[in-house]
Design a protein around this ligand. Structure first.
Ligand SMILES: Cc1cc2nc3c(=O)[nH]c(=O)nc-3n(C[C@H](O)[C@H](O)[C@H](O)COP(=O)(O)O)c2cc1C
Length: 294
């Protein structure tokens, strides 16, 4: 163990890996890596935490070119379905999967949820069943994240595709890769050599996300801020390679009065919190909503 009071070189190297892990959607063509590298990467997934140590995952590493192409085709169809049936979401073309050195699929095995805390009376079913789902998905997220960080540490880059969690896409992937359909590919991680270094992306400032010793209401993001992000800001915040929105050339134009709420610790100057509201669907008629209604 290292002494937490000293900032040693290992700690700095880890923070660098964390910051450099970027969702990259453009890879150099014609590259390859050995199975030793891919095994080291997937082994980091194996060391992720999981509820009740169930290790409720399996990792399929697709490095065969024909299989990779078949997986790419599934994701091209998946992207077309998004355009047709989830209009307005700023998805990018999945053609770049052609240039991966491998694609790792993280399968979730739902049988293992039985090992999480189980309700012993009907009144408590909702409570525990809901949380079991959360434990299951969080475990998978931890494995996916470990794999992405390992990819970065190996000098490669990756993305995190969630489309395999959609039923149709999962059925097609299961048919190609031979896993039972009741398992689901919650995470798909295309791996490759980046065309360009992308080591920045929008992040909320640390003084906004971090609350000391309790929830600080001045950091709270108001309902209207969520609406603004969903309807207007999202595609830019997702894909531009700049951490601080104030560095955008068109900051004033894109953010308008919303600037401080996205770029300072004080998103909510009067500290007033709002009652819960229905956010199951977008609530405004911004750009994304217009696209959805076309
Ligand atoms: C659960 C989850 C699902 C995601 N699904 C997709 C996806 O389907 N396609 C994609 O291109 N990126 C996907 N992403 C990547 C996010 O868009 C990306 O993490 C975010 O825009 C921040 O960019 P960064 O990863 O470069 O920091 C997903 C990320 C997470 C955590």
């Amino acid at each position: 163990m290292t002494d937490p009071d000293t900032t040693d070189s290992e700690t700095i190297a880890f923070a660098d890996v964390v910051r450099q892990r970027r969702s990259t959607r453009k890879f150099e063509p014609g590259r390859a890596v050995g199975r030793d590298v891919l095994t080291r990467i997937v082994d980091c997934g194996r060391w992720a935490p999981s509820g009740a140590n169930t290790q409720c995952w399996d990792f399929i590493v697709v490095d065969d070119p024909d299989r990779r192409e078949a997986v790419r085709q599934v994701f091209l169809d998946q992207a077309h379905r998004l355009v047709d049936h989830a209009k307005g979401f700023p998805a990018v073309s999945k053609n770049y999967l052609a240039n991966t050195v491998a694609i790792v699929l993280v399968l979730g095995d739902p049988r293992w949820k039985v090992c999480f805390p189980q309700p012993t009376s009907p009144d408590w079913e909702a409570e525990y069943d809901d949380n079991n789902e959360a434990i299951f998905l969080c475990s998978l997220g931890a494995a996916i994240q470990n794999i992405q960080l390992a990819v970065t540490a190996e000098g490669l880059t990756s993305a995190w595709l969630s489309g395999g969690g959609e039923e149709t896409t999962n059925r097609e992937l299961a048919a190609i890769l031979g896993y039972p359909e009741w398992m689901r590919a919650y995470g798909t991680i295309p791996i490759g050599y980046p065309v360009a270094t992308q080591d920045r992306r929008y992040r909320r400032p640390i003084e906004q996300v971090c609350h000391w010793n309790g929830y600080e209401p001045q950091h709270y993001r108001r309902h209207a801020q969520v609406d603004f992000y969903e309807s207007t800001l999202r595609p830019f915040a997702m894909y531009r390679d700049i951490e601080d929105l104030r560095d955008w050339d068109d900051y004033a134009q894109k953010l308008g009065d919303w600037g401080p709420a996205f770029t300072t610790g004080t998103a909510n100057p009067d500290g007033r919190l709002e009652p819960e509201a229905d956010f199951t669907r977008p609530r405004t008629a911004g750009r994304a909503t217009k696209a959805r209604n076309r």
